[in-house]
Design a protein around this ligand. Sequence first.
Ligand code: H79
Length: 425
Amino acid sequence: SQDMADMWDSTTTKNPNKHIQWFKDAKFGLFIHWGLYSKLGGTWNGKHYYGSGEWIMNQAKIPVRKYEQVAKTFNPTHFNADQWARLAKEAGVKYMVITAKHHEGFSMFDSKVTDYDIVDATPYKKDPMKSLAAAARKRGIQFGFYYSQFQDWYEPNGGRNTWDYTESKKDYQRYYREKAIPQIKELLSNYGPLGIMWFDTPGGMTKDQTRAFVNGLRKLQPQCLFSSRVGQGMGDYKDFGDSEVPPVPMEGAWESIYTHNDTWGYIERDFNFKSPKEIIQLLATVASRGGNLMLNIGPDGEGNIPYYSAKFLKETGDWLSVNGKSIYGTTAGFIPKQPWGVTTEKPGKLYLQIFTRPNNDLLLVPGCLPQVNKVYALDGGQPLGFTKKGTDLLVDLSKLKRTVSASTVIVVECKGALPAYQSQA
Ligand code: H79
């Protein structure tokens, strides 16, 4: 994953896509991994696999002719686009990205390019992406697709199936020409305006070929942002490695992707869920460094969103409905991570995200702030006392009710611009 991170070209910071601003303001997105692997739920032939359910075909080295049989039983009758979009809205996410085709090679949308798709190969026979795109858009949520452009374990010429096919005999260009490119064009043509095309694990193309690939696709939807994993430094924003956050603030548009248990695709036996508190603090931490958090859920093969996934999304949304002003539309806080928490900011406002309330109720905010006019709690507006101690600010939290919150947010209103974050390096 580190090599993917390195592929991002920093010039995109200086010459950003002119449609990038919604993304920079969004801060919170929902990632959805859904495919045939969701039906298997981490089990093949009675053997259990753990940690990345969408990799089961590879982990168990399941032959294509066996794996494709799963499609015949894939019938997600519980899928409800409106319910999924409503949950996303309640969670407070501003964008949603769902797997149109993962490495397994199965198309979760109606594709004319292949019969190995949800409409032609399953008893379900419908295109869930049509209704989901519409339901998300109706609620003001930007909609995007994940598409595995290189790895395709179904196709003889697709990347990385070494148990059915011989890698050295593959014609990647042919696979791109005959499947990946026409399918991505379908996604960019049949589902309305997309916010994001989320590419993953590049391969099989030179820099020039990648440039031609990107330029060709861009013509269809110039506003659609491409993730950095399109490869060769040609994305519109940077994705770090899976479950990776940069240790300090980063310039430009970027995103950290996490999953809330130990898998992306559904695994029936994975209950190792992070608490809503961990998720909220992660969201605040990513925002404090200037990026977005895209958090993953894995619906099951029937189309149900697991109970814990829905629960943590709702609890995160509850926190955001009170504290969203300190997350959405903010930039990195100029004050780095503190023993008590992290900071985000907007012009004239510094938000203190307090994860750990000091026992003596005195909060030390180091670093030179412009003239401070007012300090108050974001939830309820309780004004708080403050004093300057040298160049530092001391905030008196004693008047603040001791409520249990993943992050208690204090607003420091200043006269004049806040200083920019200074790299310690
Ligand atoms: O879609 C998710 C992953 O399936 C995909 N990217 C995220 C968003 C991804 N593709 N490749 N990788 C991640 C890196 C590969 C990790 C692996 Fe493994 C380690 C493959 C085999 C060992 C993880 C653990 C998957 C199977 C076991």
